[in-house]
Design a protein around this ligand. Structure first.
Ligand SMILES: *[C@@H]1O[C@H](CO)[C@@H](O)[C@H](O)[C@H]1NC(C)=O
Ligand SMILES: *[C@@H]1O[C@H](CO)[C@@H](O)[C@H](O)[C@H]1NC(C)=O
Length: 410
């Protein structure tokens, strides 16, 4: 049943994508390099090793017994000093994984750039994604496994991973860099467990997400009113998980997205339909690699919870319905996250054409979090949501600046 739903979803996406792809330029296509196909199918660890960087796998148990896999690049290739490296923790976005920070190869991937800049780089993986699908007693086939949203990622996963990194490296504090939902989870952690504010010297948010009332993605705006029924429907047919990484991605990576394939234009839009489109910043040669690693799985509740935020225009806990809210939170309405409890120095990086993290919503967050130090607009009009991780010029437009700011917090 789950598979059928995924198929239906993909077909719908392809259908929408078709509408949006009349202006694709086929003249750019070249033959696909086998290296590209290989990058599309290797896991994060093997991919990092392939490019000559050290990588370690670490596993950590959360308080509620999920097993998460972290990936560490302890030092660089050029800069291979191993002692006294400051620690940076990277957290990926929705439907993604640690692969997000290394897909674009050593000259563009943020994890590599940070390792060369002198950092000990740790990358988290949220429960439910490709690398974090184990639990002490629950199977991924049981709906109990999938009963979480990004609230649990912020409340359980991040603290477990951060505590582990501190224990393993012996540092007192680290810096935190995140994209999209990785920032949402950070607001959850630091507002619900204020003691974690003391474990970071600075936080760098790329495409920050807390308020989402001004989302511009037409598909999401169209689907949002149905979020609560979406959960009911999914439950009814037994689907708890959305877009896991599996055969579908293999197909997308190997067949659908290679450059000479006629379906390539669809491939582009499948992803970008939801997030905004920026043809100039997207390297089409690398598409199979992106599609081989994303989507990496998420629970239906993660979407439902974001849908609730869109409808209520608040940044609040999961809405279980009146009576369950009363039981869970002591109030009929889910309580808002207390953003004024956040004390870590924060830098917000946003873009004008970001369909998900819109400038208006970022501004609202900026006004409510007292410890925001800087708010930076990416100096390119067309820069969109996914460009923060995949753009050709992400390094010069944004990573270089983040690394420069980070050097002030050592
Ligand atoms: C696109 O990616 C390919 C393969 O990594 C690379 O050779 C090429 O230089 C990239 N193009 C741009 C514009 O960055
Ligand atoms: C929110 O956090 C601030 C700072 O810790 C605290 O003073 C305030 O009482 C909190 N508000 C609520 C509603 O818990």
């Amino acid at each position: 049943m789950t598979l059928n739903l995924i198929k239906l979803f993909v077909v719908l996406c392809l259908f929408f994508a078709r509408i949006a792809t009349s202006n694709i330029d086929f003249s750019e296509f070249r033959n696909t390099d086998p290296e590209i196909i290989e990058d599309a199918t290797l896991d994060t660890f093997t991919l990092i090793r392939k490019y000559g960087y050290p990588c370690e796998i670490h596993r950590v148990y959360t308080e509620d017994k999920y097993v998460l896999e972290m990936h560490r690049v302890p030092y660089g290739k050029e800069n291979s000093v191993r002692e006294n490296r400051p620690v940076v923790f990277l957290q990926h976005g929705l439907l993604s994984s640690s692969a997000e920070f290394v897909l674009m190869r050593p000259d563009k991937g943020l994890a590599y750039l940070l390792a060369e800049a002198g950092y000990d780089v740790w990358m988290g993986n949220a429960r439910g994604n490709t690398y974090s699908r184990k639990h002490a007693s629950l199977q991924t086939t049981s709906s109990a496994f999938w009963k979480f949203s990004w609230h649990e990622i912020g409340y359980y996963d991040l603290p477990a991973m951060i505590d582990y990194v501190i224990k393993e490296t012996g540092v007192q504090k680290m810096q935190y860099v995140a994209f999209s939902q990785g920032t949402t989870a950070f607001w959850v952690m630091t507002s619900t467990r204020p003691e974690y504010n003391d474990k970071f010297t600075a936080m760098h948010a790329m495409a920050p997400i807390a308020y989402v009332g001004n989302i511009r993605s037409p598909v999401i705006r169209a689907l949002a009113p149905f979020t609560n029924s979406l959960e009911r429907i999914l439950k009814l047919i037994g689907a708890n998980e959305i877009l896991p990484n599996g055969n579908l991605n293999k197909l997308a990576g190997e067949k659908l997205c290679v450059e000479e394939a006629i379906t390539q234009s669809l491939c582009t839009n499948l992803l970008f339909l939801f997030c905004g489109f920026d043809a100039e910043q997207l390297n089409k040669t690398m598409l199979p690699v992106v599609m081989g690693h994303t989507p990496a799985g998420a629970s239906a509740r993660q979407f439902v919870h974001f849908g609730q935020l869109y409808k209520s225009n608040r940044f609040a806990r999961f809405d279980h319905g009146w009576w369950s809210n009363r039981r869970n939170y002591g109030s009929f309405r889910p309580p808002s996250y207390n953003l004024s409890a956040i004390r870590v120095p924060i830098f917000l990086h946003y873009a004008d054409n970001d369909w998900l993290s819109s400038p208006k919503d970022v501004d609202k967050l900026f006004k409510e979090v007292k410890s925001v130090v800087g708010k930076y607009r990416v100096p390119l009009d067309k820069f969109n949501h996914l460009d923060f991780v995949f753009a050709n010029d992400a390094k010069t437009l944004i990573y270089d600046r983040i690394i420069r700011i980070m050097s002030q917090f050592l």
